[in-house]
Design a protein around this ligand. Structure first.
Ligand code: APR
Length: 243
């Protein structure tokens, strides 16, 4: 399976990588839907919504404060680093991550869309301005803007739309790139869940890397079962040997 992926990647001139929480799992960050995905018996779908925030901003922020604490002490893993190396191997490279933890950014990857936002960035619910808030733990929960209004994480919650400019950029990549690696995502949260099918239907190759089968496995050209921290570095190593 890895050989087949490497064969495809060797022939491609443009590479899109899409990642999900599985890529950060080996950095010690719990995924949303696997084991340890629950926080105090809440599912992400119970907390990451505008309605949950309206009803109980304190609980929503306590969840983010907990996740921010884990992420602050985490480091990018071999999977994140291999993706950065892929960027160096391809002239046309882009990463779309659903992760809001900022770990890809810490590898220095340049061509990246954080399509669900970033949990270190906050947004004033009154003025809509955004800025970085790096305190861990937070000094006050829920945190407030200087203007007095509540701050919220600058992430895309269930029931909210991805900003237009990000969707437009994503679609321009889906419509033109030759090959997709989709790694560590359960493939159940839309719209990103539809991206592999969109690319496959216009003839692009889709390489999936996951520790288990997902709905994406049915559309993938190649489905590699394994951890991204093992499989991605192996792919990079083989690609480099062939250069
Ligand atoms: N290597 C590869 N895959 C892994 C690994 C690993 N080390 N560990 C876990 N996985 C896989 C799991 O098998 C699962 O398919 O990663 C996937 C993680 O799935 P989710 O927890 O559903 O995460 P994700 O797909 O990123 O969720 C999408 O849902 O809650 C929202 O906005 C949130 O961006 C998130 C979105």
């Amino acid at each position: 399976m890895i050989e087949e992926a490497v064969r495809i990647l060797r022939q491609t001139s443009s590479l899109l990588v899409i990642t999900g929480a599985g890529v950060s799992q080996e950095s010690g960050i719990p995924t949303f839907r696997g084991k340890n995905g629950l926080w105090q018996n809440y599912r992400a779908e119970d907390l990451a919504t505008p309605w949950a925030f309206e009803r109980d901003p304190e609980t929503v922020w306590r969840w983010y404060d907990w996740r921010r604490g884990i992420i602050k002490n985490a480091q990018p893993n071999r999977g994140h680093l291999a993706i950065k190396e892929l960027e160096e191997l391809y002239e046309n490279f882009y990463l779309i991550t659903q992760n809001v933890d900022g770990l890809h950014g810490r590898t220095g990857v340049k061509n990246m869309i954080e399509i669900h936002g970033n949990l270190w960035r906050v947004r004033c619910t009154r003025e809509n301005i955004t800025f970085m808030l790096l305190d861990v733990p937070l000094k006050e929960i829920p945190p407030r803007c200087k203007c007095g209004a509540l701050l919220r994480p600058d992430v895309v919650w269930f029931g909210e739309s991805i900003p237009n400019e990000l969707m437009e950029k994503a679609f321009s990549l889906l419509e033109t790139y030759e090959t997709l690696i989709v790694a560590g995502t359960s493939g159940v949260v839309y719209p990103v869940a539809s991206f592999p099918t969109i690319m496959k239907s216009r003839g692009a190759s889709v390489i999936e890397i996951n520790v288990e089968r997902t709905p994406i496995s049915d559309v993938a050209t190649v489905s590699i079962m394994g951890k991204t921290g093992d499989v991605l570095p192996e792919i990079v190593e083989r690609l480099k040997k062939m250069v």
